[in-house]
Design a protein. Sequence first.
Length: 358
Amino acid sequence: MHNNYYAVIMAGGVGSRFWPVSTKKFPKQFHDMLGTGDSLLQKTFKRLAKVIPQKNILIATNKKYKELVLSQLKGVKEQQLLLEPAMRNTAPCILYAALKIKQENQDAVMIVAPSDHWIDDEATFIDNIKTAFTACEKNDMLMTLGIQPTYPNTGYGYIAFENSASEIKKVTQFTEKPDIATATRFLKSGNYVWNAGIFIWSVKSISTAFENYLPEMNALFCEGNAVYNTDFEDDFIEDNYGHAENISIDYGIMQQAKNIYTLPVDFGWNDLGTWSSLYDKLDKDKAQNAVVNANIIFKDASGNMVRTSKNKHVVIQGLDDFIVVEKEGVLLICPKKSEQEIKQIVSQVKEQFGDDFV
């Protein structure tokens, strides 16, 4: 294990597109979404622990999820939790993590990874991480892993890179969620990758980037340099975190800095952002139905995504291409083609049934 290697797992989101399983009290990263025996957070932690010492893996989450994290990640100490007292997007959280790590180890190289993504080929993922870490140890670069696109998805950001013989490519442009015509053009060009939100850099390089591009935020968090990794850290964060600008790392740093690079990768990535993306990763029967947890009989039914509480007995007849999800007194039945409306449905549920259901 390399003692200069660190990780920050981003585990603060709510994942409302996975309602009713994902709720504010118990978001999707804490669920075993694919029926593997591990929650998505546990999967992510175990994956990163193959290349990073466990004590060097930090988990950034909302302070209300503290006990959930500690209960799922046995052996993780409270000092490894970055508890956000307010929702301020990704830039403040990443700066906080980088400064905390830098106080402990000036030579650290860190990866920032979402807690709720799926990766098929973990061995290739680990090799890619090692390649990125080695490059960032030697060079002043801010790196992102770029996923080789397989179809013109309009739900992802795209990264354009310079064609070169080197494995690591210089980034020329970021494009947020394009329309279908633009995404198709990107795919044909061959020099675009999907932005997976997985970043690697040295703490020195990212600190310099914050000094240059988000100086007010940098000044705010640098006031805590004397207390990071001490008993006074929590008080400082509680008092100051909410004053940080609400901005993503993509807008605040990655679209501003000149030393941005990408490593194009292909390890079977899925961001598990919607029920359909989960459906894509599950085994299907002959009629292309995918099931998690349920004991089920299908009659004249195809292309359905069904998830229930453990050992629920279900019969579905005459239904095609639907999402059917049951959880503790809540049942969602929704056409797959309308799944983007689930976010709006959650607002209506909150209004009509109350906070307990969302």
